[in-house]
Design a binder for this molecule. Structure first.
Ligand code: IPM
Ligand code: MN
Length: 348
């Protein structure tokens, strides 16, 4: 029997509620041969109001000592926008080298897409976005001059290093190679963002030479949003920068049944630090504490966690339990814990 040391960050809003269900399912999936030991970290709005702290250095060091991290959501309207996002979530992604932000999009049987995808059979949407997680416009390389005056100037300079682009592109190629369709689409905007865009393009071309089986395509991000809405079946693996990836994974979530089902992994493929798994959705403060949130995205993030930890069979069992639950979901509303119980009981 082995032990999984899991750091748990419930965070803000519905975060703690959905994480509780994720843990329930994780424990059910682990069964007898894996003990899950959790350490809870109080990060987010409550801590900031109480202490002014976002992510103390000592907490970041403790996080490093775990096998993985499960996160609910970070962000709250009672805290100035950006303080928690830039103070808690992004520093974890950056410090733990979560350069692969993995976001699968799969249309499961029985799930209706809000778009008219009558022409898409169940299984007809099955792609994964490899979103770069440590660079781009997210790095905080910018500033504001003459703030609040008519002459204000604000910059957010996107950072794209050859090292950073190459490592995420290589990971995306490896994922594409391992999938049946072996197709990779680079999404960028190289007709306008010529410096970063050409670095990404050249890198895809050069790394692609190592993966002769993988067919590559390119789309500008604006055109990609059209195809995500009209012909999502064309995508297999998408690789893209941090901000484009943020935007298109919300669309991707929407077309496969809503953001309540969208899972993600902030993955450090080199395993030099723990990876962190979290639903794509935010803290949804409007429904927090009411037991209304759908924990499915967190449960599917737990499947990604298990897969990352080398427990592919358990991951598949969790996904199958979710799939079975989705196929039988009627329109009657269920509470957060009812959904968690229903999925967990299928694993018993
Ligand atoms: C996400 C979120 C975050 C992001 C925010 C909360 C900083 O939108 O995980 O997609 O932009 O990466
Ligand atoms: Mn987002």
């Amino acid at each position: 029997m082995s032990t999984l040391q899991l750091a748990v960050i419930g965070g803000d809003g519905i975060g703690p509620e959905v994480v509780a269900e994720g843990l329930k399912v994780l424990r059910a999936a682990a069964g007898g041969d894996l003990t899950v030991e959790t350490t809870e970290y109080d990060l987010g709005a409550r801590r900031w109001h109480a202490t002014g702290e976002t992510l103390p250095a000592s907490v970041l060091e403790e996080l490093r000592g775990h096998d993985a991290i499960l996160l609910g959501a970070i962000g709250d309207p009672s805290v100035p926008s950006g303080v928690l996002e830039r103070g808690v979530l992004l520093p974890i992604r950056f410090a733990l080298e979560h350069y692969v932000n993995l976001r699968p999009a799969k249309l499961y049987p029985g799930v209706r897409s809000p778009l008219d995808v009558a022409h898409v059979a169940p299984g007809g949407i099955d792609f994964v976005v490899v979103r770069e997680g440590t660079e781009g416009p997210y790095v905080g390389n910018g500033g504001s001059m003459r703030t609040g005056t008519p002459n204000e100037v604000a910059t957010e300079v996107s950072i794209n290093t050859r090292f950073g682009v190459e490592r995420v592109v290589r990971d995306a190629f490896a994922r594409a190679q391992a999938r049946p369709r072996q197709h990779l689409t680079l999404v960028h905007k190289h007709n306008v963002l010529v410096n970063a865009g050409h670095l990404w393009r050249r890198t895809v071309e050069e790394v692609g030479a190592e993966f002769p089986d993988v067919e590559t395509a390119y789309q500008h991000v604006d055109a990609a949003t059209i195809f995500l809405a009209t012909d999502p079946g064309r995508f297999d693996v998408i690789v893209t920068d941090n901000l484009f990836g943020d935007i298109i994974t919300d669309i991707a979530g929407a077309i496969v049944g809503g953001i309540g089902l969208a899972a993600s992994g902030n993955v450090n493929p080199d395993r030099t630090a723990p990876s962190m798994f979290e639903p794509v959705h935010g803290s949804a403060p409007d429904i927090a504490g009411q037991g209304k949130a759908d924990p499915t995205a967190t449960v599917l993030s737990v499947a990604l966690l298990l897969d990352h930890l080398g427990r592919a069979d358990d991951a598949r069992r969790v996904e199958a339990a979710v799939e079975a639950d989705l196929a039988e979901r009627g329109d009657a509303p269920r509470s957060t814990s009812q959904v968690g119980d229903a999925i967990a009981s299928r694993l018993a």
